[in-house]
Design a binder for this molecule. Sequence first.
Ligand SMILES: Cc1cc2nc3c(=O)[nH]c(=O)nc-3n(C[C@H](O)[C@H](O)[C@H](O)COP(=O)(O)OP(=O)(O)OC[C@H]3O[C@@H](n4cnc5c(N)ncnc54)[C@H](O)[C@@H]3O)c2cc1C
Length: 388
Amino acid sequence: MSETSHPPLTHLSEDESLFREQVRQFADERVRPLVSQMDRDAKIPRDLIDACFDLGLMGIEIPEQHGGAGAAFFMSVLAVEELARVDASVAVLVDVQNTLVNNAILRWGSAEQHTRYFPKLASGWVGAYALSEAGSGSDAFALACRAEDKGDHFQLTGQKLWITNAAEAELFIVMANVDPSKGYRGITSFLVERSFPGFTVGKKEDKLGIRASSTCELILEGCRVPKPNVLGEVGKGYKIAIETLNEGRIGIGAQMVGVAQGALDHAVRYSQERKQFGQAIAEFQAVQFQLAEMATRLEAARLLTYNAARLRDAGASFIKEAAMAKLFASQVAEFVASKAIEVYGGYGFTREYPIEKYFRDQKVGQIYEGTSNMQLAVIAKQLLGRMA
Ligand SMILES: Cc1cc2nc3c(=O)[nH]c(=O)nc-3n(C[C@H](O)[C@H](O)[C@H](O)COP(=O)(O)OP(=O)(O)OC[C@H]3O[C@@H](n4cnc5c(N)ncnc54)[C@H](O)[C@@H]3O)c2cc1C
């Protein structure tokens, strides 16, 4: 490659390539043997979470002086993609930790908060990000969780719903409103430790897909949060929520790319093994074309996702591209996982084969971190020159 040319989007630097290889090996050797069991038990074993920490997957962007890898956001995208190829639940555990929790603390946390929490988040503390409530999902800023100023601390009251990683997490970024009369300008982010008085993790959801990833309710009953645990400024939580999710959705794009790649890999392999009419079904042009269509859409989804991540790392504007990446990658994951089941025929419809799980796991990509309609709204606002 000449020095003046831009490297292709999918060209990986030596560091990126080595890192991807490491994660791929980990996913194949450590995660794959546990996939069906984790899906059945609806649980990721603690040993496996610890192994994610040991490999440095839980503190990718955390600065080295605090025990992290000090790497770029793009590395998180690579890790999430490689893990999702094998298991979308382990992928979202790593995704939320890096692209939401560590990312928000890195950008808005004080030096003291970095020193207090990063060494823990890099070595054993799982993090969670709590914005949604029963009555506020897409309309996130209508959240009802209240934070009352009590002098040296805030008192949080309310309930959160759908919180990924909540069963395992030690640290929660919780959004609550300090002054509902100010509307969204009252929303404030708090760093809430699991052990804080008045904080409880409630019911765990029984889900269609990403079953091993915990999704729980949080109950805040006069939860006492010391003032030094406000993340960023009081009243600026809405900005933290928007900006973190703008970045986080690139991670969901990567998760969907990984799910689609995993389903395609299985379909390609199976099409070469399964014989009908005296030959491998891969010999039929109709099957070949189906695989080619899947691979083409997947490549486009990967390019959108890598481009959004690389724009973000370059400090360029990426909001529209990130929304497009998540929107499209989740559509592609649905298409590819569905076609992969067709390639498997009746076997694909059973739990004995790995493919139906990809179909179940992909669906959440069109829901969390902003539904597909919300991504379309972000893209349209950017096109029309309005604020996202
Ligand atoms: C497995 C899982 C994990 C999750 N993890 C987290 C987490 O860790 N932290 C967190 O805070 N949240 C989390 N969520 C919540 C998730 O972000 C919300 O479910 C999502 O934002 C949608 O909100 P809702 O479910 O209330 O749906 P609603 O907002 O009620 O939407 C229902 C439907 O109406 C459509 N709709 C709503 N408003 C509009 C509009 N203005 N224009 C067009 N269409 C509209 C939506 O697109 C959707 O199709 C998780 C959800 C799931 C399922």
